[in-house]
Design a protein around this ligand. Structure first.
Ligand SMILES: *Cc1c(COP(=O)(O)O)cnc(C)c1O
Length: 437
């Protein structure tokens, strides 16, 4: 595969940007070669600057549930664009998207648009603190909630620990307000609540943790979280920046039929343009400025282009059978690969839910918490990734990233990709395998 143009562009980019990128994972640090610079995309495919084409299972990290350059999304953006890019005033577009979401999502009565998932989560945490008058929060090891200070915190050693910062520049005092526990562990959570009784504002979780592998939770565990929050007057925040509008229009909350107090959105809600949102009951949301004392604002919040893209995309998601078709294609892909790896003794399992799948380098099909992940087996991932690229399949450049199926992936795409996944797995798991660049 020729990468000359991408390599040149990357060398130039490194002169301007730290690591040559605008977001770290794009630098291909844990895989081989220079990152591919994309030129354009259509449907399930993307084309790079060297004119290589790929079936894309990254889908911009999840937002593109209709695939690339969807005609309805492009039309909606173009219509809005002609009228101006931003006004800093309310527009009717926000009403349309608000109505579309609130009338089809049983757990959202009021919402606020922001510009990214990070901003949505950061604001939701402030809201929970403002509403409860408490300052500590609980998060789970292996869940990602964007890059705000309070959430760049990892577990220390021990069952219940005050967080340790996972980034330079985050004051220790901030990290001390975040308690980190393992997923799937009722005892650890009870211990945390006991130790910090009366101090916890909220528990935040990705109900379908999909940023550190795919760590599917037991429904009973999520129900336990709901109950323990209610008993202790703690708000439960579902961070549905990935799972929202992905596992169904009502996301994971709808799938598990669990009502969180606040839900955060991003990714799909903006149709590939920058948007985030958070919402919940009218009673909690009335704490937000200008109705209430919790301040939160944004110059470009509810941007007309982003919101128009969101309207077009979410309208398509509401069509009957939309999510069933996505889930069916994902199951097809996973079944083909899982049968193959099982028959051939390859220690890999495709774990999936809805249209999210993760290629787990593990024989184990139950991976519920960060410490269950076989980190050693992931050493083969970089070869797997390079061989996939060579055969026209694009996935996120890290073994911890999940993949996405879009409405634009055809059955032919699924079959072709499944055959390549199997071929590449048998190649890199062969004892005699050697990578040729
Ligand atoms: C992507 C993501 C975020 C951060 O969203 P950005 O738009 O990248 O700021 C937060 N939470 C979850 C669960 C995410 O997947």
């Amino acid at each position: 595969m020729k990468r000359t143009n991408s390599e040149k562009l990357f060398e130039t980019a490194k002169q301007y940007f730290p690591g040559g990128v605008s977001s770290p994972v794009r630098a291909f640090k844990s895989v081989l070669g220079a990152p591919l610079f994309m030129h354009h995309g259509k449907g399930s495919r993307i084309w790079d600057e060297d004119d290589n084409s790929f079936i894309d299972f990254c889908c911009s990290w999840g937002p593109l549930i209709l695939g690339h350059a969807n005609d309805n999304v492009l039309d909606a953006v173009q219509q809005a664009l002609k009228k101006g890019t931003s006004f800093g005033t309310p527009t009717r577009y926000e009403n349309t998207l608000g109505a579309l979401i609130i009338s089809n999502h049983r757990f959202i009565e009021k919402m606020r648009f922001v510009s990214s998932g990070t901003e949505a989560v950061m604001s939701a945490i402030r809201l929970a603190r403002g509403y409860t008058g408490r300052s500590k929060i609980i998060k789970f090891e292996g869940c990602y909630h964007g890059h705000s200070d309070a959430l760049l915190v990892k577990a220390g050693s021990g069952l219940v620990t005050l967080g340790e910062t996972s980034s330079a520049g985050v004051p220790e005092a901030f990290a001390n307000e975040t308690i980190v526990v393992e997923l799937d562990d009722e005892t650890a959570l009870q211990e945390a609540l006991h130790r910090y009784s009366g101090e916890i504002a909220c528990i935040i979780i990705e109900p379908v943790p999909a940023n550190n592998g795919l760590l599917l939770q037991r429904k009973a565990y999520l129900e336990f979280l709901r109950e323990i929050c209610t008993q202790n007057n703690i708000l439960l925040i579902f961070d549905e920046v990935i799972s929202g509008f992905r596992l169904g229009f009502e996301g994971a909350a709808g799938m598990y039929e669990i009502k969180p107090d606040i839900i955060t959105f991003g990714k799909i809600i903006g149709g590939g343009l920058p948007v985030g949102a958070y919402g919940g009951s009218a009673e909690i949301m009335k704490m937000i400025s200008p109705d209430g004392p919790v301040y939160q604002a944004g110059t470009l919040s509810g941007n007309p282009l982003s919101v128009s893209a969101g309207i077009a995309q979410l309208s398509a998601c509401l069509q009957p059978g939309f999510y069933d078709a996505l889930a069916l294609k994902t199951k097809m892909l996973a079944d083909i690969i899982n049968v193959y790896t099982f028959k051939n003794g390859i220690p890999v399992n495709i774990l999936y839910t809805g249209s999210i799948f993760w290629i787990a380098f593990s024989e184990n099909c139950v991976v519920r918490k960060a410490s269950d992940i076989n980190t050693e087996a992931l050493s083969k991932f970089k070869y797997f990734h390079a061989e996939l690229l060579n055969r026209g399949i694009y996935i996120g450049p890290s073994g911890y990233e999940v993949c996405f199926v879009s409405a634009a992936h055809s059955i032919d795409d699924i079959n072709a990709a499944a055959a390549i996944f199997c071929e590449v797995l048998s190649l890199v798991f062969n004892e005699k395998y050697q990578y040729n660049a």
